[in-house]
Design a protein around this ligand. Structure first.
Ligand code: SF4
Length: 572
């Protein structure tokens, strides 16, 4: 075959080796005849060909024997068998039959064995063993405690650890010494292994029992090489609010994502992704309102329902999806005779709000510091906005979905969300929501005629729950008072306080300033090497939705205890 493929061309040893390897992988080699004496080690099926005196059947763990059956989500067993594929039920049947045949062999004694561990993973014994106990008399043999025949590395380490722990009692010292001797004989690189083990014990103890947050929990402040690198790397960074929010919520998550650049593997989605849905809705509303603005009708959206639907249909038709779920997705937005969809409810609520406030939708997708080709407002600027404070600066990029202007020049920033909105004004105080306060803060730098009064998130997830949720608003603005809102997002109020002090409620402008100050503090802490785990370990964004939760080593109790404390230096 190689001759046919390569002719007279020279091939490297690697190519030859690769070709041999893949050829061998496809071949099955069977001994034509097994001897009937001595100890034979053979695959389960082959056992049936020989008559043994004593038979050991090993490796009886669930998933191996019986094999794990993977449920086919597309075809039932009947269809699979018509297609010549093994049905999941059949797989189990085959293994059951083989097990029966093994037990039925003429061997005088049959030993069934299973390992309890594979490295550190505990294994589950085969379900056949429990079934067998139900129908036959089985003698169970368990290794005696400390029986050297059954000692393995795992138990040796465990016993060694136990003896060290109780070193002051009885003959523990001698036992530990003996086990250490054994371990040193067994291990290939005993010193290295022991060192690794001691280090791991040290990391774990410091993480779990230590009072401070050490370098094992993201406190890298003591490592000059790292902090120098961070200073350089983040000195002239152009920040986005989502990066600031990531650091605010969990510095460790920021470290994994933006410093180490560890990303979860992309899944291939067969349905529309949340990201695509968000960008689809943004595009539709951008086109709709831009057209209305050009026609001088931006405050009359309800009268242009047909136009919104036409634009939406065009954009939906551009998406590469079809089938039942895609039809359901469309139904959610367009509705039908029985139920209103998101677009209809949106238009009705929009019109009511615009009429009440006499607000004028004025800017759409107002971007700063961006170079992408996403459609954006003509007033967008390529340069990031620079915020300065005490000789330091933050360069910020962003895109404001929409700005509505009140008759007094007050600006309402509105951001569309196609998922559920969880943010609240206290998130600004906690330093985990930056988007609206920072956008409001920089808005006058983009347009001097505007002054900020309101930031809200439009929840466009379903027709039932559709709502514009205020996150931060100026209670003293005369037009906003027309909303008669009771939300604590309208500041000042008795809940949103500086340092929890009832006599010091945040004024609207104070809260924007406070958020800017938080942004400076976060970026400074980051450059100094603070990458601790989240202060909000019970929040579902940490416990359920974080991409890194499977590799995360947070110690929840310690985080909760240390929440109010400033992180201390790492003296470990
Ligand atoms: S699981 Fe929680 S603590 Fe760990 S990286 Fe994610 S957000 Fe941070």
């Amino acid at each position: 075959t190689l001759q046919i493929i390569y002719g007279q061309d020279l091939i490297t040893l690697d190519v030859l080796f690769g070709a041999l390897q893949s050829a061998l992988e496809r071949e099955l080699y069977n001994l034509t005849e097994w001897q009937d004496y001595g100890v034979q080690i053979m695959p389960r099926l082959e056992i049936l060909a020989v008559n043994f005196q004593v038979l050991f059947v090993g490796g009886l763990i669930d998933g191996d024997f019986p094999r794990a059956s993977v449920k086919d989500i597309f075809f039932g067993d009947e269809v699979r068998s018509a297609m010549g594929l093994v049905a999941s039920e059949e797989l189990l049947g085959q293994d059951r039959f083989l097990f029966y045949e093994l037990l039925d062999s003429p061997a005088e004694r049959v030993f069934l064995t299973f390992p309890k561990y594979r490295d550190e993973e505990a294994l589950v014994p085969s379900s056949f063993l429990a079934d067998l106990k139900d129908v036959a008399q089985v003698t169970e043999l368990n290794p005696k405690e400390n029986d050297p025949l059954f000692t393995n590395r795992q138990t040796l380490w465990e016993d060694f650890g136990q003896n060290i722990f109780f070193l002051t009692t009885g003959d523990r010292l001698q036992k530990a010494m003996h086990q250490a001797d054994l371990l040193f004989t067994l291990l290939e690189k005993p010193r290295k292994t022991l060192e690794d083990l001691l280090h791991r014990i040290q990391f774990a103890s410091l993480r779990i029992m230590g009072q401070q947050f050490t370098r094992f929990e993201g406190n890298l402040t003591g490592n000059a090489a790292i902090t120098d690198d961070l200073q350089q790397r983040f000195k002239h960074r152009v920040w986005s609010v989502s990066q600031l929010e990531t650091y605010g919520f969990c510095p460790m998550q920021f470290f994994l994502r933006y410093v180490l650049k560890i990303r979860p593997t992309e899944k291939i989605e067969e349905e529309i992704t949340p990201l695509e849905r968000g960008s689809l809705v943004h595009k539709i509303l951008y086109r709709f309102y831009s057209e209305l603005l050009a026609a001088g009708q931006a405050n009359r959206p309800l009268e242009f329902r047909e136009r919104l639907f036409a634009i939406a249909r065009e954009e939906f038709d551009r998406m590469p999806y079809e089938g039942l779920f895609w039809e359901l997705e469309k139904l959610r937005y367009f509705g039908n005779e029985q139920a209103q969809g998101i677009f209809d409810v949106f238009l009705i609520k929009e019109q009511a709000r615009l009429d009440k406030l006499q607000a004028q939708p004025s800017f759409f997708e107002l971007a700063f510091g961006y170079s992408g080709n996403f459609p954006m407002d003509v007033h967008s600027q390529k340069q990031p906005v620079i915020i300065r404070q005490n000789g330091k600066e933050i360069r910020l990029q962003g895109r404001i979905d929409r700005v509505d202007v009140l008759p007094d020049g007050g600006a309402m920033i509105i951001d569309y969300k196609t998922g559920l909105v969880h943010s609240k004004v206290t998130d600004i105080v906690d330093g985990i929501h930056f988007q609206l306060p920072l956008y409001l803060y920089v808005l006058p730098k983009l347009n001097r005629d505007l002054f900020p009064v309101y930031g809200g998130l439009y929840q466009l997830k379903s027709a039932d729950t559709l709502d514009l949720k205020p996150i931060i608003a100026d209670k003293n603005n005369a037009y906003l008072q027309l909303l008669k809102a009771r939300s604590m997002a309208f500041v000042p109020n008795k809940t949103v306080l500086r340092n929890g002090n009832e006599d010091d409620p945040f004024e609207f402008d104070d809260l924007l300033e406070y958020s800017v100050q938080q942004a400076f503090e976060k970026t400074e802490a980051l450059r100094q090497g603070y990458f601790l785990h989240s202060n909000f370990p019970d929040d579902r964004r940490c416990s359920s939705f974080c991409d890194y939760r499977r590799i995360c080593q947070k110690v929840t109790g310690k985080l909760k205890k240390g929440r109010e404390k400033e992180p201390e230096g790492d003296d470990s």
